[in-house]
Every structure is written in structure tokens, then in C-alpha cells.
Design a protein around this ligand. Structure first.
Ligand code: SF4
Length: 317
């Protein structure tokens, strides 16, 4: 498998595998299954759970929420009634497609790993065997709360342990991920940092796919040379102590709060009172901003597209 350079915080460079490229190659060239880790049942259940799952609001916090607004977490923790952005039919379909695609990509990675030794490249804790990891949060001297989480998998890559996380992204988010990668501004960055902190791992690999991607997507470099743009892209992320500390502090702030009102709103309305992300996706925005109301706005956002087109050239061209 091809290696990619990963710039480390101390100035060194580590070379780790380009898993996204390997997955693209494996998907383009199908062959009989060799891994014993596939579970059609787990894959099917991941889709059906969107139809059958009845979520009881326990108020419990999860590591996947590490990047979520602290006040929003406090509403959940204190059992406030959700009255903002809800989960509707559109969301369920998106979740089911996302879950199925993620399980499919995990299976592709398990297949690739069959060609390597366990130490060189292996994947575990996937599908039916998905692991619950736990991050202890100090509440009072001698008392810790445990925040659980479920990474998509664990890997060993060139002797290094790493978290595997697979994400589906909108075309816009995927373009941003491909050009800039995840940073502290992104909630997924916080999520994988929480998993690394829980497992004591130094690296995580985020494999993302473009939900709107198709075979005609192209990428034009600064030199004008174009290449097909795969709908998969990956990023190696190093453990970041500062973010891990902030995650710990955020969960502690929520767990010791008496009410969501103890936590100031970290976000607010912008121009003309408009609430933007993450507030407009928050399940509690009507409680947090009691005067908020929904309205339909028309936007005319022109976006640049680069597609592969086929031309028949004149032989004299
Ligand atoms: S509306 Fe915004 S500030 Fe208020 S809890 Fe939700 S995300 Fe946080």
C-alpha cells in the first residue's frame, strides 16, 4: 500500500498508509471475500435500526458528542424537551444510507487487511464486534463519571495503533475535507480525539466519502493537469493533548452543572438575527433562543463544479 507523509506536531514526519487510495483500488477491482470479519447481519441491522430503534432519552453523554456545544449537551443531560431541529424521514434515510455505506467501507478495509501481516495492517472491533470505549471524567476528588463511545474500528498500521472512523459528507464538507482536512473547528476532529484519549492511541484515520460523488468528478491541479476525483478521501490525525483536555473540561462542565442556564451560550444570532450552524441544527434552539422562529429563505449560492466531459476532437486539433 502507498504511504503518505503525516506532519507531526513536533516537526517530525511519520509515513502511514494511504488507506483511502487502497479502498478505491479494492472497490474498483472486486474479488471473492477472504476476511472472516464480514457480517451481513450487522450490515443489515445497521440499516434496519433506523426503522426500529426507539431512542429513550437517558440524558447520557457520548464521546461522539465531544465537539457538540456544551450548553446543548447540558439540555440533553438535564432532560430538556427537544423542540428545535428534529429527526424526520429525510434524516432517517440519510442515516440509513450513511450507516450502510460506512459498514460497506469497513468491510472493504477488512478485505485489504487480509493481504498484510497483523502488525503491518490489520483492523479489528468492527461490525458485530464494535467496541465500547470509555473516557473517565473527574467530577469530584475520588469520583469519576464514564463517558462511552463507539469508534468504527481499531487498526494496527505499520506497528502503530489507530482509531478508524468513517464519515459520510455533503459535497461541500467533502471538498473542504479534501483541501484542508479536519481541524479543531470540526466536531469530527473532537470526536476522534476523544476516542484516541479513551484508547490511549496516538493516531486516528478518518475515511470520508462524498455523498454526492460520482464517476464524472474531476480535480484540476494548479498546473492545469486534471485527474479523476475519487469520492473517498482520508486523513491521518495525531493525538492532540490540548483538545483532549478541552473535551474533559467540557464534559465536566456539563456533568457538574445544575441547569443548562449555568453554561453561557457559546454561539448566537448573526446578521439580521439569523441562527447558523450549529444552532440551526440544535435540538434545543427554541429553548435556548425563545424568540426564534423558522422561515423559508431562498438562497442563490453559485457553486463551482468540475466534471469529466467527453469531447470528440477533430484530428487536426
Ligand atoms: S441553540 Fe446554539 S448556543 Fe443554544 S444550545 Fe443549541 S447550539 Fe448551543
Amino acid at each position: 500500500m502507498k504511504s503518505v507523509p503525516v506532519n507531526l506536531r513536533n516537526g517530525d514526519i511519520a509515513y502511514l498508509y494511504d488507506i483511502a487510495e487502497a479502498v478505491c483500488k479494492r472497490l474498483a477491482t472486486t474479488s471473492p471475500a477472504t476476511s472472516s470479519q464480514h457480517s451481513a447481519e450487522a450490515l443489515g441491522n445497521s440499516i434496519l435500526r433506523q426503522l426500529f430503534e426507539v431512542k429513550k432519552s437517558s440524558g447520557g453523554l457520548r464521546l461522539s458528542q465531544s465537539g457538540t456545544c456544551a450548553r446543548q449537551l447540558a439540555y440533553q443531560y438535564h432532560h430538556a424537551v427537544p423542540n428545535g431541529m428534529g429527526i424526520d424521514a429525510n434524516s432517517r434515510i440519510a442515516f440509513a444510507i450513511g450507516d450502510a455505506t460506512e459498514a460497506f467501507l469497513v468491510s472493504a478495509i477488512a478485505e485489504i487487511a487480509e493481504g498484510y501481516s497483523d502488525k503491518d495492517f490489520s483492523v479489528s472491533c468492527i461490525g458485530d464486534n464494535q467496541e465500547t470505549v470509555s473516557l473517565p471524567v473527574d467530577i469530584h476528588p475520588g469520583y469519576q463519571a464514564i463517558v462511552p463511545g463507539h469508534p468504527d474500528g481499531s487498526m494496527v498500521v505499520l506497528g502503530t495503533n489507530a482509531i478508524l472512523e468513517i464519515k459520510s459528507m455533503s459535497e461541500y464538507a467533502f471538498g473542504k475535507f479534501r483541501s484542508k482536512g479536519l481541524t479543531r473547528e470540526d466536531s469530527y476532529y473532537w470526536q476522534v480525539q476523544a476516542y484516541m484519549a479513551a484508547k490511549g492511541y496516538a493516531f486516528a484515520y478518518v475515511l470520508a466519502y462524498n455523498k454526492a460523488g460520482n464517476s464524472k468528478e474531476a480535480f484540476v491541479g494548479d498546473d492545469g493537469v486534471w485527474l479523476p476525483a475519487p469520492a473517498l478521501h482520508g486523513q491521518w490525525i495525531e493525538f492532540d493533548h490540548d483538545t483532549a483536555d478541552n473535551i474533559h473540561m467540557k464534559f465536566r462542565q456539563v456533568l457538574v452543572s445544575d441547569s443548562p442556564e449555568d453554561i453561557e451560550r457559546p454561539y448566537g444570532p448573526g446578521k439580521k438575527g439569523k441562527l447558523t450552524f450549529p444552532c440551526d441544527y440544535c435540538a434545543y434552539y427554541k429553548t435556548c433562543f425563545p424568540n426564534s422562529e423558522e422561515q423559508a429563505d431562498e438562497t442563490r449560492w453559485l457553486k463551482k463544479n468540475t466534471k469529466i466531459k467527453v469531447y470528440v476532437r477533430d484530428s487536426n486539433d
